[in-house]
Design a protein around this ligand. Structure first.
Ligand code: PLP
Length: 479
């Protein structure tokens, strides 16, 4: 029995009516990737206001690794509702906050003494990680990366790379932020000069210390283990080994932003484990709360204790119900053992890669297939030689998908990447059904008379997934 069930054309009449009200009442700057108004959700399935049923490959942008309404999360929240809803940890503390801090201290990578701060959102956690690093080192400068995304507040927007829509018109930005290239191997700026590069982009930071900002002024390097909004870019492990060495050598705090990669997404509880790195500070959010807003900074006790009492925190940070939900999420990972959600993430990722490589053989539109665990993606290009980003085609695929019962998101600095953030609890049949819709979307767009001609030409049949061509600029000619 298929899961997808469409009773109306999508969006249906009720969703269209709600969209009109939304347009009248909600700020235009809040975007919605689909025009579907959801009335209920379970596992990896959404039902909209018109009674249409969708498979969810987006999970509220990676917030539902344990699934919509995970039973453990629901019962933990329910139990908390009978005790108290809000106290403010800065006024009258409560045990749930401590239990969650203890769990995060224990479960995050690194065999050293750790402490945790709980806040409400990924951006707030990143802001605080920077505060900890500055207070601890007494330095101000921060190094971040091209194509990074760390949030939309003033400081995190300044750390974020993509200009439109995140930064254009919102300056001036926060100072003392220095940006260097990430290991985006498919669009590498260096590989023509340094074949077999040995993570040249990371090593190049030493040069930045000479030419741009002194290492002795740098408080922290902040990095995503896999770029989220930047296009699901998975660097080689060597990239992080070099970064960790540089940080250690210069007394710089290594902050790893696991907001999107955390909690099983990449086939380990934290992506840092997949690279064998032990961040000084690790930032988590999204799937931590199993659907409730909560975020954390966890790291070396001496760094976390650098700011004095009252210097960090907030009214709602570590809300009691959100703490219980997060504890239930962690419990789901701990009790499932080797056959649990992290193993499932790996299996889903492998299955996706298998299907996607097969598609790639027949569809020149698919330039790159990549991923780590179930954080997987397709980078779409108009030509495999120039690697010109296929932005319009990507939009058309997202649209085809939701019109045919699959919610899927695009991403990337060039808006040309289809990404999967499917709840890890999805059933095998549901996953295959979703992949089938995605396949139909890719085929339909590949064959579309308006979009297809631009992709013909030299190299259209190549199956090379990643390469050493310099292709950073969107429409750079073949070299
Ligand atoms: N950091 C990363 C890597 C993210 O992906 C995001 C959000 O997508 C953030 C930070 C900001 O999180 P929030 O939207 O909860 O503020």
């Amino acid at each position: 029995m298929p899961t997808i069930k469409l009773k109306t054309k999508v969006p249906g009449p009720r969703s269209r009516e709600l969209m009109a009200r939304r347009n009248d009442s909600v700020a235009r700057g809040v975007s919605s990737a689909t025009p579907i108004f959801v009335s209920s959700a379970e596992g990896a399935v959404l039902e909209d206001a018109d009674g249409n049923r969708f498979i969810d490959f987006a999970g509220g942008i990676g917030c539902l690794n344990v699934g919509h309404r995970a039973p453990g999360v629901i019962s933990a929240i329910r139990a908390q509702l009978h005790r108290c809803l809000h106290l403010c940890f800065s006024v009258t503390p409560y045990e749930g906050y401590i239990r969650l801090a203890e769990s995060l201290n224990r479960l995050t990578p690194g065999e050293f003494r750790k402490k945790t701060l709980l806040v409400n959102s990924g951006a707030e956690a990143v802001e605080n990680a920077i505060k900890f690093a500055r207070a601890y080192t007494g330095r101000q400068a921060i190094i971040c990366f091209e194509d990074a995304f760390h949030g939309r507040t003033l400081l995190t927007m300044s750390l974020t790379s993509k200009t439109n829509p995140y930064k254009a018109g919102f300056g001036p930005f926060a100072g003392e932020i220095y940006r260097v290239p990430y290991a985006y191997c498919y669009r590498c700026a260096y590989s023509m000069q340094y074949p077999g590069c040995g993570a040249f982009c990371a090593r190049h930071i030493e040069d930045t210390f000479r030419r741009v900002v002194s290492a002795s002024a740098v408080a922290a390097i902040i990095v995503e283990p896999v770029l989220g909004e930047g296009g699901f870019v998975v660097p080689p492990a060597q990239f992080f080994a070099v970064l960790a060495d540089i940080c250690k050598h210069h007394g710089i705090v290594l902050i790893v932003d696991e907001v999107q990669t955390g909690f099983g997404r990449t086939g380990a509880l934290f992506a840092s484990e997949r690279y064998g790195i032990e961040p000084d500070l690790i930032v988590t959010a999204k799937s931590l709360g199993g659907g409730l807003p909560i975020a954390a900074v966890t790291g070396r006790a001496e760094i976390m204790d650098a700011p004095g009492p009252g210097a960090v925190g907030g009214t709602f940070g570590g809300n009691p119900a959100a703490c219980e939900a997060a504890l239930a999420v962690l419990n789901a990972f701990e009790t499932d053992g080797d056959n649990g959600l992290t193993a499932r993430a790996e299996r889903l990722g492998n299955r996706f890669a298998e299907r996607a490589r097969e598609w790639q053989r027949h569809m020149p539109l698919i330039g790159d297939v990549r991923g780590l665990g179930a954080m997987c993606a397709l980078e779409l290009v108009r030509s495999r030689d120039t690697r010109e980003p296929a932005e319009e085609e990507t939009k058309a695929i997202v649209r085809f998908c939701y019109e045919h019962g699959l919610v899927v998101l695009s991403t990337g600095s060039y808006n040309n990447v289809i990404r999967l953030l499917v709840p890890l609890v999805i059933g095998d049949d549901e996953f295959e059904e979703g992949l089938h819709v995605l396949q139909r979307a890719l085929k339909s767009v590949s064959l579309s008379p308006e979009l297809a001609p631009a992709r013909s030409g030299p190299g259209a049949g190549s199956t090379k997934a990643t390469g050493a061509r310099s292709a950073r600029a969107p429409s750079r000619p073949a070299q």
